[in-house]
Design a protein around this ligand. Structure first.
Ligand code: AHR
Length: 548
């Protein structure tokens, strides 16, 4: 059976109430351990990230009030609509590397009077060739008030990254004051009122720098520990318990950078362990890519598997850093964040000012599903995770060029996975034949040399009341996984299935073909403590099951 027929048949059988059990032999096993909760899946594990980089803010989020593109006070309306659909929990801003070059004061006050500054990313090979524009010379039209408005419209919490490399703790305090001091209380509260909000924004999440080992100051971990203490002692709180986030490692598959986590925490607690009371979380970054960063749309079957296995490295990174954190934080006060993640490709650009922007494919959808499943399985360790980035950049949910806008397959995975938000993550055991593949071993080798193997089925499970949500990825490019699903400690009454896949593993959405990779939804005829389910090849499947 061809892949498209298989998918259609799977859904058709489900719709007919026959269930997808086929004549094939079972080659997979899934056990949901309903009595083994892991932790609550914080909605923030499905967070987002927007930086002043390329066309993320200008053209992506911000089109301007006078634009012909439908907008809400200058903010692209269709983007807001889609974010509301996702129940987007949190958005990080203004960077990224940009954050440690940004003076928040440039982005407050009357827009026409704000200064134009050279963007951090201007000296990249690509942007230095781009024509003069806001991506190179930032007019600061989009500042704190505009970002807060964007968050409010989306229904998301703001997460601001402070500048540790080139501003002082005094400037950080003042930004907190601008955002959070009570109405009518301070001069900066007055500036905020003139910018549109008399009421405080009550921003809870504050990153203390970004990638402080690199673009954020080139610190050693022991030096950054001093900076963290300096920046976080006596920050004005205005009755809130601020959630201050330390800049953690930039992990890669062949170097998890646990030495940063250890070096930072050792030096932090070395002075006084009580400092952990003001470290809400430690943020890790992890990007995956194929050898030499390949093309986003042209790849071999081996490169398909290589990318997915690189995405799977997230699992061991979370465990390694969590274990290291436990050596310094015995009471487990501090959570882990992954505030930048995604699949990074070579850059076929949409236009000269589009930095790190390419068209994501079905492969990126599976990377996203594998990653979100990983986060669910580690729900007790993680406080927040932010896809990099929301629009026109790296693991992007949307592409926007002037008035053209399209949701990528990555968006559809987020849309499917929102059913996990707030659920209790449950232990899930998956077993299926491994998939062997070959990967050349240079830029970012997967552990274990050139001959590699990827699991045949993996996913996550969560429970809210009587509603069980299972999400599973079958990475095999041609074979379905006909699987025995057991609910240990419960019974299914009815269900619904959503499948994201496509006949071609290179399938993608673009402006002229927006619906090539979209989820298909149907009823699932499942009942009892055990049932059979066929997971189509190269697919992400969500089963929403009502329990008896
Ligand atoms: O997301 C793009 C860049 O990648 C960010 O600015 C930086 O933090 C990371 O290296």
């Amino acid at each position: 059976m061809k892949r498209r027929d298989f998918l259609t048949t799977t859904l058709a059988l489900a719709a007919a109430g026959l269930g997808p059990r086929s004549a094939r032999a079972t080659n997979g096993l899934v056990e949901v351990l309903l009595d083994e909760p892991i932790g609550t899946i914080a909605p923030e594990l499905q967070g987002h990230f927007t930086e002043h980089i390329g066309e993320v803010i200008y053209n992506g989020v911000w089109v301007g009030e006078d634009s012909k593109i439908p907008n809400l006070g200058g903010i692209r309306k269709v983007l807001v609509d889609r974010m509301r659909q996702l129940r987007a929990p949190v958005i990080r801003w203004p960077g990224g590397c940009f954050a440690d070059s940004y003076n928040w004061r440039d982005g407050v006050g009357p827009r026409a009077q704000r200064p134009v500054r050279t963007n951090f990313w201007d000296n990249t090979t690509q942007l230095c060739k781009a024509p003069v524009g806001p991506q190179k010379y930032d007019p600061n039209t989009f500042g704190t008030a505009e970002f807060m408005r964007f968050c409010q419209l989306c229904g998301a919490q703001p997460y601001l990254a402070a500048n540790v490399r080139s501003l002082s703790p005094r400037d950080f305090d003042a930004w907190v004051e601008y955002c959070n001091s009570p109405a009518g209380s301070t001069t900066l509260a007055g500036t905020r009122a003139s910018d549109g909000s008399r009421d405080p924004y009550n921003v809870l999440y504050w990153g203390i720098g970004n990638e402080s080992w690199g673009c954020g100051g080139d610190f050693r971990p022991e030096e950054y520990a001093v900076e963290f203490r300096r920046f976080t002692s006596w920050v004005p709180e205005y009755g809130l318990k601020l959630r201050l986030i330390g800049s953690g490692p930039g992990a890669s598959a062949n170097d998890p950078q646990v030495s940063w986590t250890r070096g930072f925490l050792e030096n932090l607690v070395g002075k006084d362990p009580r400092v952990l009371d003001r470290l809400y979380g430690l943020s890790m970054h992890y990007y995956c890519w194929t050898t030499g960063k390949g093309d986003s749309l042209e790849y071999s079957v081996d490169e398909w598997y290589q990318m997915l296995s690189q995405a799977d490295v997230m699992d061991s990174l979370v465990i390694q850093h969590w274990l290291a954190m436990g050596d310094y934080d015995r009471e487990r006060k501090v959570k882990l964040l992954v505030d930048e993640w995604g699949a990074w490709h070579r850059t076929p650009i949409l236009g000269p000012a589009y930095l790190f922007s390419y068209i994501p494919s079905l492969r990126d959808a599976l990377v996203t599903a594998i990653t979100l499943d990983t986060f669910n399985r580690h729900a007790e360790k993680l406080a927040m995770c932010n896809d990099a980035q929301l629009v026109n950049n790296i693991n992007t949910l949307f592409l926007a060029v002037e008035d053209r806008f399209v949701a990528t397959p990555i968006f559809h995975v987020f849309d499917m996975y929102k059913s996990h938000q707030g659920g209790r993550s449950l232990r899930l055991v998956c077993d299926a034949p491994q998939i062997a593949f070959t990967a050349s071993n240079d830029a970012q080798p997967a552990p274990g040399g050139a001959g590699k193997a990827l699991w045949g089925l993996a996913g996550s499970a969560s429970l809210q009341g009587k509603k069980l949500v299972l999400t599973l990825v079958n990475p095999h490019v041609t074979e379905a996984r006909v699987t025995d699903v057991s609910l240990r400690g419960g019974e299914a009454k009815s269900g619904q299935v959503t499948v994201l896949s496509a006949p071609d593993i290179h399938a993608h959405n673009d402006f002229d073909h927006p619906d090539v990779v979209v989820p298909k939804v149907g009823p699932a005829s499942i009942s009892g403590p055990r049932f059979s389910w066929a997971f189509p090849p190269a697919s992400v499947t969500k089963l929403e099951i009502d329990l008896v």
